[in-house]
Design a protein around this ligand. Structure first.
Ligand code: ZN
Length: 295
């Protein structure tokens, strides 16, 4: 078996949205990238849509030179009625949570035992969606800390203050954050009639990332990678209209914002993590020593 990197995706799009340039670099270095998506099923009423979404995902993943595995867990709204509105899905934690976390962790553990990946790259859960929290928390159970790497969930992380929130840093300019947060396409499309006040109140109670992590390295997107990234994202025809205004917006965001990968404080970054490519800048050490997470 060759060298394998395992990426964990909550939904059928998250990894491709979040680390397309990093994946292309790994593939170029001869590393076999396997993207495992956890929540890939619905109820019979939405079965056709999810079939289409799985096909979209296979196409997008292929575009990046990686391979797709779908674990077949039902998406949040099909596990609990609690997850059928904006606040439920972003801030809620239904009774199913610990049981689902255990099942997902067991499944990830099986794949790690079988594939022996060099690294396991999981979501930070920027945006706080319950399925992203579940995959992150399952990874914390199943993956050895020395193999942990975490990516910033996009599009949520394009509003940078949301990343600060996950890292336990206080917001420098809250008014600016809320203006940008409520203007984001995905918030406008999913919040329904939920009031600003209710959303702001819930955010104040969201705990930061449960372990001490720091920025390990960043990956810049070059012109060739950008073209591939945009083609891969285009494959998600059913999802893109809810997440971005148009392709021009995606081109600007993906062309200008570097991908940031995090690791546990003290974890040694291997050459295979950050790659030999010059455009992948190592920033390790600069951001070490984040404040201890508040519990
Ligand atoms: Zn997602």
């Amino acid at each position: 078996m060759g060298k394998v990197a395992l990426f964990l995706s909550p939904h059928l799009d998250d990894v491709v949205l979040s680390c397309p340039a990093y994946i292309q670099r790994l593939v170029k270095e001869g590393i076999e990238v396997r993207i495992v998506t956890v929540f890939t099923e619905a109820d019979p009423g939405s079965a056709a849509l999810y079939r289409a979404r799985r096909a979209e995902d296979r196409k997008a993943v292929r575009e990046l030179g990686a391979s797709a595995t779908h674990l077949g867990f039902p998406d949040a709204p099909y596990r609990s009625p609690r997850y059928r509105d904006f606040c439920g899905i972003v801030f809620g934690r239904a009774r199913e949570y610990p049981g689902t976390r255990r099942l997902v962790a067991d499944k990830i553990g099986e794949l790690i035992a079988r594939w022996r990946p060099l690294q396991v790259v999981s979501p930070l859960a920027v945006g706080n969606h319950v399925d992203h929290r579940l995959v992150r928390d399952a990874a914390l159970l199943a993956v050895k800390p020395e193999e942990w790497l975490f990516y910033e969930d996009r599009p949520y992380a394009f509003v940078r203050e949301q990343v600060d929130h996950v890292l336990g840093r206080s917001m420098a300019r809250p008014e600016r954050f809320w203006r940008r947060y409520f203007a984001a396409t995905y918030v406008r499309n999913y919040r329904g009639t939920t009031s600003d006040r209710r959303i702001i109140k819930h955010w104040a109670a969201v705990p930061p990332f449960p372990s001490k992590i720091h920025k390990a390295f960043t990956v810049e997107t070059g012109p060739v990678e950008l073209a591939r990234t945009l083609a891969a994202l285009r494959a998600y025809g059913t999802q893109m209209p809810d997440l971005f205004t148009d392709e021009a917006e995606r081109e600007t965001l993906y062309g200008t914002v570097a991908e940031t990968i995090y690791a546990l404080v003290g974890r040694a970054i291997q050459p295979a993590d950050r790659l030999s490519s010059r455009s992948s800048r190592l920033k390790s050490g600069l951001q070490a020593g984040l404040p201890a997470p508040k519990r």
